[in-house]
Design a protein around this ligand. Structure first.
Ligand code: G3P
Ligand code: CA
Length: 246
């Protein structure tokens, strides 16, 4: 009898639930968890005084009422900024959280923690992120992800048990060698470039395949056809409603 693998793609809330609440904030992560996601994706940077904070851009301008680079602002200054109002007045007063606050507030959640830059921009960020994850006993709940493969390499040197995910825009097979060298867990590509063959090859080579960012109607349709191991979406509510086994 032919064995058929049944996959139920995991659904990850992108920057929490970016389509439903201010991105990378506690309300967004809590909402995603309440909706029943398999995990939340978030982005980290370092403040001037070395706090690991959860924000997507290098600068605070797009998502807060402040201006400037995260690396030039202290956490105290950052914590006074409003990270909710630009999404909607009902979110006014929402703050940029530290990684430690997110980890401690979401107890049963899995996380993809994306390092936007490694030590070339933020000296020692890999050590700091790892330290916080371990402090909250979340090593088994976190996958460290990055476009910056040097940051992943540093994390691997620091912690043999760390789960690592490469992020890229391209065909997964281009990244198999580096993923093997890093002993990574997953390959995470933009959905536009991935084929069913890519999913198969990635899995055959021992990697989970994640697709981002699955938002539009055609992207969700394509995702269910490709049957990856996970998708990351701004609209976890919709994805959870539509998800099917494949
Ligand atoms: O999951 C990967 C995805 O989050 C990368 O894109 O720009 O939203 O961080 P970005
Ligand atoms: Ca991200």
């Amino acid at each position: 009898m032919k064995f058929m693998k049944i996959v139920r793609p995991e659904i990850w809330g992108h920057r929490g639930a970016r389509g439903l609440a201010p991105e990378n904030t506690l309300p967004a992560f809590k909402l995603a968890a309440k909706l029943g996601v398999d995990g939340v994706e978030l982005d980290v940077h370092l403040t001037k005084d070395g706090e690991v904070v959860v924000i997507h851009d290098d600068r605070v301008d797009r998502t807060t009422n402040g201006s400037g680079y995260v690396k030039d602002i202290t956490f105290e200054e950052l914590s006074k900024l409003d990270a909710g109002s630009k999404f909607g007045s009902q979110w006014s007063g929402t703050r940029v959280p530290r990684l430690r606050e997110v980890l401690s507030n979401l107890k049963d959640c899995k996380f993809k923690v994306e390092l936007k830059h490694g030590s070339t921009v933020y000296e020692g960020i890999e050590e700091k992120v790892l330290e916080e994850v371990k402090k909250f006993s979340r090593l088994d709940k976190v996958e460290f992800t990055s476009f910056d493969f040097d940051a992943l390499q540093r994390l691997r040197e620091l912690e043999a048990r760390a789960s690592l995910g490469l992020i890229f825009i391209g065909r997964p097979r281009w990244f198999l060698d580096v993923a093997k060298r890093l002993e990574a867990t997953s390959l995470n590509s933009n959905i536009s470039l991935v084929t069913k063959e890519d999913v198969k090859v990635s899995n055959q080579e021992g990697f989970r395949l994640g697709l981002w960012t699955v938002n539009e109607e055609w992207e969700m349709k394509k995702a269910w056809e490709l049957c990856p191991d996970s998708i990351t979406t701004d609209y976890p509510d919709k994805a959870l409603r539509e998800r099917r086994e494949c």
